[in-house]
Design a protein around this ligand. Sequence first.
Ligand SMILES: [Zn+2]
Length: 312
Amino acid sequence: MPELPEVETVARGLRRAILGRRIVSVTLGKTDFIDDPAALEEHLPGRQIAAVERFGKFMLLRLSAAAGLNRVPTNGDAAPAALLVHLGMTGQIAPMPSAQPREKHTHVCLLLDDGRELRYTDVRRFGRIAYLTEAPLAEELKEFGADPLEASDDEFASRIRGRRARIKALLLDQSVLRGVGNIYADESLWRAKIHPARLGAQLSKQQAKTLRRVLQEILQKAIVMRGSSISDFLDAEGEPGEYQRHHRAYGREGKACYRCKSSVRRAIVAGRSSYFCPKCQPGPRGFAVLPLRGETKKRVKRRNARRPSARL
Ligand SMILES: [Zn+2]
């Protein structure tokens, strides 16, 4: 799923490509991922894309008041609004020549005033698109926590250390921090040498400080490398990202830890596959690690029984 660096990459691409363009018309395919499809058709034509912002894992296309319509703006079209876009698992949004054939899973086409179409394509349709005026948008966004790139040491520490939830769950919780998902949670915990199952309340001040620093460094580097392409992430120019080459934990089960050469392991934490080094990131007592391929049950039991507990 696209996380903060991938969404930032797409937002930057769209900013370069479509800022200032006016939407002429709207064509919809399947609409089960759109909050109110009729609102898009009614309110988008005539509006100008005034800004493209990232908010957590969302993109916000800020729309100026409608103009150039054959009708007098009604239903609040004289006021600014926004198109909220969440890419879900497989969503892609990019401008294309309108003559280019539409792909099978293209479900939203916004014809722009320069003749191109801004197309949203989503095979699995786990994404979300919503047209929102200012008040409902503000209501929607107030549920979210701090942007990890903007959080101060104190804010980060208070959001993490005051909580008796597992650190992995806290990093994924969008009401704690907005924009982090499975990849960048595992990468930052590996870098900070913190086991994903440790409780937020059990982290020292120094550990919280380190985690914030490495999380910011990782996110910034991933943005520079235009995100991670694991399966099908493409940016607004249709290009894959490159940060997956720098992953140190995520997806590396059974491979040697870059620091200590132990095998990277996988466990389910917060309902998600979590990758970590059992030596660099000591975990809670009895914390079950999933067997490596071909490993016997007896061996797994012995290994789990040996797990260090002193640093819980
Ligand atoms: Zn290690």
